[in-house]
Structure formats: C-alpha cells, structure tokens
Design a protein around this ligand. Structure first.
Ligand code: ARG
Length: 457
C-alpha cells in the first residue's frame, strides 16, 4: 500500500520496494509514531482543522493499533513502505474516512524527524539509567576498597601505589562525564519538528507550541527546513555512545589484564567467563573481550552517519533513512555492554592480597624514598640519583627497597635513619597522599561523598 500512488502509473518493482522500504527497521518506533500522531490530531482539532468526531475516531483507532501491536494481534506486513504508511493505512482500514484526515498539515518528513527524536530521547533516558547503575556499583566497590592497595601504572609499568578505590574512582569520573554528555544532548535536541511539513511549513493554522508541549518538548523547532534535515542530535548521541564504549573498552582491557594468569588481580565469576572447547584449564574473559570488541561497531555508526550527512543539500533527502539501523544498533550495543559490564563488576572477586603483594614489588615506593631524603634536606635531583642507585643495587640482589638493611641504605647515603622503613611502607606511601583527588583514605572518603552528591543532583 502506497501513500503516494496517485501520480504513478507503473507498479513498483519488487526489488525497488525492498531497497526503498524502511518498515523492517523503523517499526521499532511504532509507539513514538502513534504518540506523535495523537498529539498532531489533538492540535488539529483544537485549531478547528478536523472535527471533534474525527479526532476521537482517529485517537481511538490509533490506540487500538497500539494495543493490537503490543499484544501481537496485529503484525507488520511487508507491503507497507514504512511505519508511517503502515499506521495510516491500518487506521483508515479501521475507522474509514476520518483516518484519511490524520495527515493534514503534516509530511512524513517532519513525522520521521519527530519519531526519531522521540525515540532517541526515550533511549537517552534508558542509557542514563544504565550508566547510573554502573556508577552506583563503582561507588559501592570504592567504599569497600579504601585500603585495598595496588600498583598504579604508567606505560603499564608499576609507578606508585594507589588503592583499588582510587583506581575505580577514575572510571567513576569518566562515566559521570558520559552522563553529563547524555543530558546535554537531551537539552539541545528538545524541540519539536512537527509542523515543519515537507520543508516549508504548512498553510493550515497549526499551533506548533501546543503540539510541542503535548509531546514534552521545550517548544517547536525554529526553521522548517532545518527541522526536517537536522540529524545533529543523532550524531551527538552516537558520539556520546562512542565515548561510553571507549571507556567501557579501556575498563575491559584492564579487567582482561587483571584476570590474566600473570596478574591474577581478579577472578571473574563463572557466569561471566567461558571455557575452551579444547583446553580444559581455560576460563576466558569473553564478556570483557566482547565489550572491548563491540566498540568498533559503535564508532562505525558514528562515522557512517557523519559521512552520509556530509553531502546532503537542504532539505530532506532519502539518504537520511540510513540514520536508523546504525543508530538502533549502536544504542542496543551500548545498552547491552553497560548492563553486562555492571553485572561482571558486581560478581568479580578482587584478590586484595595479590594486588597488595604486587604493589610491594616493582619499587612503587621509590618516589617516597626520594621524598624522604628531600625532607631531610637533600635536593630532589640528588635524592633521585641516590634512590636510583639503591634500585640498581636491589635489582642485582633481587630484593625490594624494604628488604635492605639500614647499613645497606647508609652505604649509599648517610642521611637514611631507622624511620626510612616506616616512610616507605605501602600504607605510608598511600596514606600520606591526601591532597584532593589523591588515593589517601582521608581524601578518598571525601571524594566518595562528593561523588554521591554529584550523582544525586
Ligand atoms: N522512511 C523515511 C525515512 O526514514 C521516512 C520519510 C520519507 N519521506 C519521504 N519524502 N520519502 O527517512
């Protein structure tokens, strides 16, 4: 069934239909399409463009379609070009003449722009919830691991000791910024394209403010040509999703490293690991790997839509139909990754003893040994050189700085006293770092309280 048969004399070729149709994927926003139509016809009646009786028949018919779709009494059938055609044809089948009045003062161009916005807005709400759930899980783990010492790395080389709470706190910040990006997009996109028509508005006395209000928008869009050809919000959303995916991917990479036989910092729950079909000993971090791997397709969606949009003259062009499948896929992918990652985190066991032992090896307290000398009057550059010599000595003897006798310390610099051991203990190295943002418990407790406040805002 075509909405535009009047002008055409030949039947559409089946291949052309298949190539052109979008019902197979835009059926996904049937709810938003119906919601938009109900608002549109409510406004049409208020403006005296359709009668009360027609409005009631249309709304009744649309609600019936919605119900029947939800209960699977009504199925999508392939002869319809898109969700808009499907709903309108079905409506007219149900209620007759009145159904043909729904599309007064509207084009599929403003209709699809509206549906896509409503859909993205709803999904941003869901994504927001999933990011929040992950942030809550991180905060819980941070509270439980204020004194779980572990090595902090630069260049994937042990650098200075931190705590697991501090390390996880870094991810809290990343995902918290993601939350901010999602809400920014929602604010900027929240204008209603309905009433823009095909591109140049309509001659009917529409009340665009009114229909925008009915649909929870801040107001109508400003320029009718922009209204039907703007997909910036899709690009912004895919960009924000790419960043979420990138953060999840980095985190996954760390989980994979931590779970490796060499590190053994964590043990993944059986439910989030898989075995090998040939090697009986294996327990693989497949979920973390998949989350890392799926980042590629989210980036792909962003690049695809940017490329599709770059050559489009104003106003609507069918190219824009290409925004749907990739946006849907990216949203589904990131939602899945967020849910699974949170589940993986909440069931993962952190091996605190292994983490702490690892922090003790690898000279993560070398900076603190140098600071000790500085506090006793040695210039930092000289202190750096002295501790460098100590490290070399320890490497030869295969011991840690803490394992050296006081005589060995003093052989390199007489400044060292008995209190050097306390000064370079793991606990001291971490707990003395209490400037804002540092891993010391006092600083971390305040940081966690601040995280909670920011999350509740
Ligand atoms: N399926 C179309 C899309 O996704 C709907 C708009 C069609 N408009 C048109 N003039 N052909 O963009």
């Amino acid at each position: 069934m075509k909405l535009w048969g009047g002008r055409f004399t030949k039947e559409e070729n089946q291949l052309v239909h298949n190539f052109n149709e979008s019902l197979s994927f835009d059926r996904r926003f049937y709810r938003q399409d119906i919601e938009g139509s109900i608002a549109h016809v409510t406004m049409l009646e208020k403006q005296g463009i359709v009668s009360e009786a027609d409005r009631d028949a249309i709304i009744g018919g649309l609600r019936g379609i919605l119900e029947d779709l939800e209960s699977h009494k009504l199925e999508f059938t392939a002869e319809h070009e898109d969700i808009h055609s499907f709903v309108e044809a079905n409506l007219t089948e149900r209620i007759g003449e009145a159904g043909k009045r729904l599309h007064t003062g509207r084009s599929r161009n403003d209709q699809v722009a509206l549906d896509m916005k409503l859909y993205c807005r709803d999904e941003i709400g869901e994504l927001d919830g999933l990011v929040r759930a992950l942030l809550e899980e991180l905060l819980k783990l941070m509270e439980e691991n204020l004194d779980t010492y572990m090595p902090g790395f630069t260049h994937l080389q042990k650098a200075q000791p931190v705590t697991l709470a501090h390390h996880l706190g870094a991810y809290f910040e990343m995902f918290y910024r993601d939350l901010g990006r999602l809400s920014d997009i929602k604010k900027r996109m929240n204008t209603c394209p309905l009433g823009a028509g095909a591109l140049a508005g309509t001659t009917y006395p529409l009340d665009r403010e009114y229909s925008a209000g009915l649909l929870g928008f801040d107001g109508p869009t400003f320029n009718s040509m922009d209204s039907v050809s703007d997909r910036d919000y899709v690009i912004e959303l895919l960009s924000a999703l790419s960043t979420v995916a990138m953060h999840l991917s980095r985190f996954s990479e760390e989980v994979i490293i931590w779970n490796s036989n060499e590190y053994r910092f964590v043990e993944l729950d059986d439910a989030y690991s898989t075995g090998s079909s040939i090697m009986p000993q294996k327990k693989n971090p497949d979920i973390a790997e998949l989350v890392r791997g799926k980042t590629g397709r989210v980036y792909g969606a962003l690049v695809a839509i940017l490329t599709t949009m770059k050559g489009l003259p104003l106003a609507y062009n069918k190219d824009m139909q290409e925004d749907k499948e990739l946006t849907f896929d990216a949203i589904d992918t990131v939602k899945g990754c967020l849910a699974l990652f949170t589940g993986m985190m909440s069931t993962m066991v952190f091996r605190k003893d292994v983490m702490e032992a690892s922090a003790k090896k690898g000279f993560t307290n070398a900076t603190d040994a140098a600071d000790y000398l500085v506090n006793h009057g040695v210039a930092f550059r000289d202190a750096h050189g002295i501790v460098g010599q100590l490290v070399l000595y320890c490497l030869e003897k295969e011991i840690a700085l803490d394992d050296m006798t006081l005589e060995e310390f003093r052989a390199v610099s007489p400044v060292f006293e008995e209190d050097i051991y306390e000064a370079i203990s793991m606990k001291a190295c971490v707990e003395r770092r209490i400037t804002q943002g540092a891993p010391g418990q006092e600083a971390m407790k305040q940081a966690i309280a601040a995280c909670r406040r920011r999350l509740e805002q």
